[in-house]
Design a protein around this ligand. Structure first.
Ligand code: PMP
Length: 410
């Protein structure tokens, strides 16, 4: 027996065996940061964690305990690949808040909306297919599309979200080049990372453009109920039931660790998603779905969502104050909802190169390049305000500003 595989290298004997798609699987810059950023002395503005300290934990504990006593035998058993029927019914009440009138038969429950993204990609994407996305776009979605070897093309956005004229232009050019565009991936409401909301009059225009070119829209909506202007936006899916796959999640209105999300698909697509779900995980967790169901029926979840919203708004304001007074070189739009600021630093600065220096100063952030498939975003950074306290936000921005100033002096 030799101690080295004859084909591979000593570091990885299976290097020749991996599927081609693994080449697109890159270590997330943000994940690599987590280990460092979780040290208590580091102010982490890097992650995207909701503030579950705001949950009424005792109440949730009682609810879970009663759930196990009343329906443990079903909650801890295998269940339907499409997801719990009662919960799918209850979700209508959640989605109605954004004008969505769905049918429970068209809902597929998933392990967080991240898994719904994976199912959509699995069902639609062949290598070299094009996904159109906002500029910048959610890093976790880019990871999924890369894993399925799709090409992401970013379309310019401004303070009001996707620019419809730019979308039209990009689609026309790509089609003229003979590319196969599979869908538009968008986070229209309180986008991650940009914090923007697609303006009301742009919503029908974006849908009209996609419909005219026969392009499906994937609407990812984890933050729709976390708006700071006291309003919600109508879901794209509410304006075009057949042309949109809508993704929802409990991660931001209840708890991210629950891993309960869902997709609402056009009827024809629904069956494919269920089959893909069964192949991937047999069925979503009956237990966590039952917890989510009781959360909706037994706890005042709308009041809880309002308290998340109020807390995040306070912290958003703290971050805006800190940025204005301590980092006036940065440009940004005030986030209208969600968890993040997206900032742009002056020409010549490189947030990825600066990150190790920032960590030395005990502050971490997410460098902008992670939010583009094409390597742009060097001057940008995403800063999270949902998790750190207002004091920590102020201190984190102060530390970040010292690194920026030092770099500018060089
Ligand atoms: N989409 C977007 C835009 C997100 O920001 C996130 C979480 N950060 C997800 C999807 C995944 O959320 P989850 O899997 O927790 O539902």
């Amino acid at each position: 027996m030799t101690d080295q595989h004859p084909v591979g290298s000593r570091l990885d004997p299976w290097i020749e065996s991996y599927a081609a798609r693994t080449a697109g699987m890159k270590v997330s810059e943000i994940r690599a940061l987590f280990a460092v950023a979780s040290r208590p002395e580091v102010v982490s503005l890097a992650g995207g964690m909701p503030n579950i300290g705001a949950l009424p934990m005792e109440l949730v504990g009682d609810t879970v305990q009663r759930l196990l006593l009343d329906q443990g035998l079903t909650a801890l058993q295998y269940s339907s690949g499409q997801g719990d029927e009662r919960l799918r019914d209850q979700l209508l009440e959640v989605m109605a808040l954004e004008g969505l009138d769905a049918h429970p038969d068209d809902i597929v429950m998933t392990t967080g909306s991240q898994q719904a993204l994976d199912l959509v990609a699995r069902v639609f994407l062949d290598p070299r297919d094009v996904v159109i996305a906002e500029s910048p776009s959610y890093v976790g979605a880019l990871g999924v599309f890369a894993a399925y070897e799709a090409d992401v093309v970013h379309v310019p956005c401004d303070a009001d979200g996707l620019v419809p004229e730019a979308l039209e232009e990009h689609i026309t050019r790509l089609l003229a080049e003979g590319r196969r565009i599979k869908f538009l991936y968008t986070v229209p409401t309180f986008q991650n990372p940009a914090g923007t909301a697609l303006f009301d009059d742009r919503r029908p225009r974006v849908l009209e453009i996609c419909r005219r070119h026969g392009i499906l829209v994937v609407e990812d909506n984890p933050y729709g109920l976390l708006g700071f202007e006291g309003r919600t936006y109508p879901a794209l899916k509410s304006m075009d039931a057949d042309g949109v796959i809508y993704l929802g999640t409990f991660s931001k209105i209840f708890a991210a660790g629950l891993r309960v999300g869902w997709a609402v698909a056009p009827h024809a697509v629904r069956e494919k998603l269920v089959l893909a779900n069964e192949a991937a995980i047999l069925c979503p967790s009956a237990f966590t779905q039952a917890v989510a169901s009781r959360y909706l029926s037994e706890i005042d979840w709308q009041a809880q969502t309002a308290s998340y919203r109020a807390l995040y708004q306070e912290r958003r304001d703290a971050m805006a104050d800190a940025l204005r007074s301590l980092l006036p070189q940065a440009r940004w739009n005030l986030p209208r909802g969600g968890l993040f600021f997206w900032i742009e630093l002056p020409e010549g600065l490189d947030t990825k190169a600066m990150l190790p220096l920032a960590v030395k100063e005990l502050v971490a952030y997410a460098p902008g390049t992670g939010f583009y498939a094409d390597g742009t975003g060097r001057r940008n950074a995403r800063l999270n305000f949902s998790y750190p306290t207002s004091e920590r936000i102020h201190e984190g921005v102060r530390r970040f500003a010292t690194v920026v100033e030092r770099e500018q002096e060089l």
